[in-house]
Ligand binder design. Structure first.
Ligand code: ZN
Length: 143
C-alpha cells in the first residue's frame, strides 16, 4: 500500500447554508481557508441528491437521481488536488422516511441542513491522475 504521512492541521465545524449545493459549498470553504489536504464528515439533510455508482467494466459513473428529502445518515470525504485545483471526493449514505438507505459517490445535493467537520492534513499535496487499470482519478504518490 502506497502512503503519505500527515500531521493534524486546523479543525473546522461548519454549517452549510439552506438551499446551497453541498459540493460547491465544500469547495468554496476549502478555497477560502486555503485547505490543500483534509478529511471531512457530513451529517444533516438534503432536499435532493445525485449519487453515482462506478461501473467497473464500462469505466463510467452511472447516476442515481433522488428527487426527495433525505437524511445524510453519514458521509465521509477527502480533499486533495486534481489538475492543480482543490478536489472534493465524498461518499454518502442517505436515508428516506422509512429508513431505507441509498449510498454512493456523491455528485451533488441541495442542502436542507448540513454540518460539516473538516480535519486539515499537513503534508504532501496528493494530485489525482487517471489510473489505467480502473479508469478512476486516483492519488499519485511521489515517494
Ligand atoms: Zn467516489
Amino acid at each position: 500500500m502506497k502512503s503519505s504521512r500527515y500531521r493534524a492541521g486546523r479543525t473546522f465545524l461548519c454549517r452549510a447554508e439552506y438551499h446551497s449545493e453541498l459540493m460547491k459549498s465544500i469547495l468554496e470553504f476549502v478555497r477560502e481557508k486555503e485547505i490543500k489536504m483534509a478529511v471531512f464528515f457530513v451529517i444533516g439533510a438534503v432536499e435532493d441528491a445525485t449519487l453515482a455508482y462506478y461501473h467497473h467494466e464500462k469505466h463510467e459513473y452511472q447516476k442515481i437521481t433522488l428527487k426527495r428529502p433525505l437524511e445524510i445518515a453519514n458521509a465521509f470525504g477527502n480533499i486533495s488536488s486534481r489538475d492543480g485545483q482543490p478536489f472534493a471526493h465524498l461518499h454518502a449514505v442517505l436515508s428516506d422516511a422509512k429508513g431505507r438507505a441509498y449510498a454512493g459517490h456523491l455528485i451533488s445535493a441541495t442542502v436542507f441542513a448540513a454540518e460539516v467537520h473538516f480535519l486539515e492534513l499537513i503534508g504532501d499535496i496528493l494530485e489525482r491522475e487517471k489510473d489505467q487499470i480502473t479508469g478512476l482519478a486516483l492519488w499519485r504518490f511521489i515517494k
